[in-house]
Design a binder for this molecule. Sequence first.
Ligand SMILES: Nc1ncnc2c1ncn2[C@@H]1O[C@H](COP(=O)(O)OP(=O)(O)OP(=O)(O)O)[C@@H](O)[C@H]1O
Ligand SMILES: [Mg+2]
Length: 242
Amino acid sequence: MHKLLDVTDITAGYGDGPAILDGAHLTVEPGKVHCIIGPNGAGKSTLLKAICGMLKIREGDVVFKGERLNGLRPDQILRKGICFVPQERALFPKMTVRENLRMGGFILDDKRELDRRVESILDRFPILRERSDQHAGTMSGGQQQTLAMARTLIIKPEIVMLDEPSLGLAPKIVQEMFDIMKTMSSEGITVLLVEQNALMGLRNADLGVVLDLGRTMIEGPARDVLSDPRIQELYLGGRKAA
Ligand SMILES: Nc1ncnc2c1ncn2[C@@H]1O[C@H](COP(=O)(O)OP(=O)(O)OP(=O)(O)O)[C@@H](O)[C@H]1O
Ligand SMILES: [Mg+2]
């Protein structure tokens, strides 16, 4: 299978601190939804930060379409088409929805093209069109998450990484977020998702990764990860999930 992104046994940590990731690996396949699960503090967020250039990789490699990304700055990695939505969503709360979408395209030099893309995203997400002149910070959690996800589309990304997009959202709204991810994936965008709700995340993903103590424990088709006895025990309360 063709690999889009290959993370091989990376070690990384914050500043001069201890290694938080120590033997994390990941194979990302084009156009698929990947779900990373693992206990609190396992290093899931750290892994996404390391891929997008926010943390220095001490050992191992991050290779995207055959090119090593180690040492590149976050904006350089973004220009390659890898977009990261952190857990706190990184919206500008005092800016309008339209301004937030424009900010998402700060790497685009052609401002007319940027305007066209903003309008096409507003066409695509009616709730954002309706609220286009509203400050992002005044919207509901689900609307803000929709904006954060929609904003990634401005750069026509190849990979979108989402850190716990469902956090704090009502179940019905969570399903809407998964539906957006599925649409992205059906359009060829590769999704890398960290999800606290293992069952929900894996059920909505093609591939699953289990991270613990900074290391990849299990990697494979989401269906297999769901039925893995270790996962049943740890995350799914021993119930048969699939
Ligand atoms: N900015 C930081 N500086 C120093 N240590 C950090 C920082 N952020 C996280 N850590 C440490 O890195 C380890 C892994 O944290 P990380 O946030 O990657 O875990 P996680 O799997 O995303 O957990 P959670 O499920 O709680 O989101 C933790 O021990 C945490 O204390
Ligand atoms: Mg986290």
